[in-house]
Design a protein around this ligand. Structure first.
Ligand code: GUN
Length: 283
């Protein structure tokens, strides 16, 4: 039987609709959620992401600023700008689009963002709070994955979740969130022997490695939930995930397509974090 499709676009729209009421409530108290997105350089993919973030702010009635800086911007100038927004009353979320030009140290930039405004959830204190289980601003793509699971009735509790990929942005935090949701979690990566066999143990398989169509049907247990975080561009220009969607479709029980799977959730969770931060800052 063909897998049920997890439509990230529909779920994302539903969450944004729910948020709209909260935004209106906050605005009636004179508070408008505010996000600044800072882009250094002209990476084409980053330009698209930044524009989409600004568009989402506009749709939800947020205040937003997009700061586009030349690639030669010094690290100190960027840190000074972050400091300015750390002290701003109208900005509740600060996002510096990654990757940064090579002469700028990513860690110094992430560390400079106030934890309260760290809507990416990349600051070491946010990461620590995530590990401990405190109420942190959670990284957007991983929390989007958890929302997709919960809203399709695929609660991770008691399930065996296998995560392929160990990046700081997706693999590690999504593993922690799945653990927090009471899954038993196996973390796999490029040095894991027998990846297909490990993957086949999963009730929930999350793939975030950046290798087009890596996961084939032999990697998937009958009826498993397959969450594809990959976003790869094929030579013909088409987008595809880390999962060979057509190959896996008849084996999986549930599957996220690419596009319209995890992707739309990332920006929605960014909007949710900005709202949460605005609410916290105003009591
Ligand atoms: N570049 C690609 N994904 C992300 C993200 O989630 N946050 C930031 N800041 N940069 C990115």
């Amino acid at each position: 039987m063909s897998a049920q499709i997890i439509d990230g676009k529909n779920i994302s729209d539903a969450i944004r609709e729910e948020m709209r009421q909260e935004v209106d409530q906050l605005k009636s108290k004179g508070v408008t959620p505010g996000l600044v997105v800072i882009l250094v350089g002209e990476d084409p993919a980053s330009q698209v992401y930044v524009n989409n973030k600004a568009k989402a702010c506009e749709q939800l009635g947020y205040y937003s600023e997009v700061v586009r800086l030349p690639a030669e911007t010094s690290q100190q100038a960027l840190l000074d700008l972050i400091d300015k927004y750390n002290r701003s009353d109208v900005i509740h979320g600060i996002l510096v689009q990654l990757p940064l030009p090579k002469h700028i140290e990513e860690k110094a930039v992430i560390d400079a963002i106030s934890v309260e405004k760290d809507v990416d959830g990349f600051h070491p204190v946010s990461v620590g709070n995530l590990m401990i289980g405190d109420d942190a601003l959670l990284p957007c793509t991983p929390s989007g994955v958890i929302e997709l699971l919960k809203r399709t009735g695929n609660s991770p509790a008691g399930k065996h979740a296998v995560v392929i990929g160990r990046s700081n942005i997706v693999g590690k935090p999504v593993s922690m969130l799945l653990l927090r949701e009471n899954a038993t979690v196996t973390m796999c990566h490029s040095r894991t022997p027998n990846l297909p066999e490990m993957a086949r143990q999963a009730d929930i398989l999350v793939v975030a490695v950046g290798v087009a169509k890596l996961v084939k049907k032999e990697w998937v247990k009958e009826g498993a939930v397959v969450i594809d975080v990959g976003m790869n561009r094929l030579p013909d220009g088409k987008l595809c995930g880390d999962v060979d969607y057509d190959d896996v479709l008849d084996t999986a029980g549930w599957i996220t397509p690419v596009p319209r799977g995890v992707g739309p959730m990332t920006i929605t969770m960014l909007m949710a974090n900005t709202l949460k931060s605005a609410k916290r800052a105003n009591g």
